[in-house]
Ligand binder design. Structure first.
Ligand code: GLU
Length: 329
């Protein structure tokens, strides 16, 4: 069932108005350039599988893609090596631990479990086919651009800020290498991974990227196929398992849509076959999700009836329901 654009617009406007005054949370500061982004910025966008674009607030303001990049590098690696290799080498389970956890590797025999935490993302980036780091980076950028339908570009400032402070990720890359779970040079891979996090998108770009997943792998704005449709359920399953860091289960329980957040303040949720919702607001909760982004998307998903675990129409049974135990008839 399609939802008309005017209803979506009203829902977005209401969510923006309801959550704009929420000032809880704090910008990420372990990456210096993210700490200086204006915390009042707040954008929301929906893109439908028919290519309709609906926006509210600062939806055209650019921000760093960060961890959300992991979804699109996963898509490229899946095209390159196939879903079985991703499952075997990286995994498809939640870690239950923070995204930079080393303990998660120790606990699971050095298997990252998911491409959506840093260890698994580094491993996934190393699986992208390339003969040089520059070729690997260009292929990842090209994939991000195909999903966005626009020539999004690298922020040299964010990249420099991250490349000069990413010691923890470099340590994870070496741990993966020593465990045989890094499939290219570890330091070159870490540099490319850091760069893939430092591209700049608008909330609307992010919604187009998500709508490409919702539309089965064809970008609904450009009409170009970006990824094979049979891979989409695997990507969305990975997002359900680990897309919102350690609160992914709570998100599934309360919102019921695959999602992915990033420490730049972006958040994406995908309603397969229907639309994608994106939000951007820099202040984060303690695990790294945008506070306003989560609140706004949860409200929009609820108001538009998008929870995947909710039957779309009331279930009709041919017989009257049995009387509850213990009741007299
Ligand atoms: N570039 C960031 C890092 O690797 C991304 C983290 C995130 O957004 O979760 O730490």
């Amino acid at each position: 069932m399609t939802i008309c654009a005017s209803r979506i617009q009203r829902t977005l406007n209401a969510a923006h108005a309801d959550h704009a005054a929420n000032t809880t949370g704090a910008n990420a500061d372990y990456i210096p350039s993210l700490s200086t982004v204006d915390p009042n910025l707040f954008g929301i966008a929906v893109v439908t599988v028919a290519g309709e674009v609906i926006e509210a607030g600062d939806s055209r303001h650019e921000f760093a893609l960060e961890s959300i990049s992991k979804v699109f590098t996963l898509a490229l690696a899946m095209e390159d090596v196939g879903p079985q290799v991703i499952r075997a080498k990286v995994g498809a389970d939640p870690t239950g631990l923070p995204f930079g956890s080393v303990m998660a590797l120790e606990l699971h025999g050095d298997k990252p479990l998911t491409p959506l935490v840093n260890a698994g993302a580094l491993s996934t980036t190393s699986l992208v086919r390339a003969s040089t780091p520059s070729q690997r980076w260009q292929r990842i950028l090209k994939t991000q651009r195909a999903f966005a339908g626009r020539d999004i570009s690298l922020s040299k400032e964010v990249d420099a800020s991250e490349q000069s402070t990413n010691f923890h990720n470099r340590a994870i890359a070496w741990l993966l290498y020593s465990a045989g779970a890094m499939y290219a040079d570890p330091m070159e891979t870490c540099e490319v991974y850091t760069r893939q996090c430092s591209t700049m998108v608008t909330t609307t770009d992010l919604a187009v990227m998500g709508a490409t997943l919702a539309a089965g792998g064809t970008n609904p704005v450009t009409g170009h196929r970006v990824i094979r449709d049979t891979y989409i359920p695997r990507i969305l399953a990975e997002m359900t398992m680990e897309g919102l860091y350690d609160t992914s289960g709570d998100w599934a329980y309360t919102v019921g849509l695959p999602g992915k957040s990033g420490v730049g303040g972006g958040l994406l949720a995908v309603a397969p076959g229907r639309l994608a919702i994106a939000a951007f607001s820099p202040p984060l909760d303690p695990v790294g999700n945008s506070v306003r982004g989560c609140a706004a998307i949860a409200q929009i998903a609820h108001d538009l009836g998008l929870n995947l675990y909710q039957s779309p129409t009331p279930v009709r049974t041919s017989q009257a329901a049995p009387a509850p135990p213990g009741s007299s008839t």
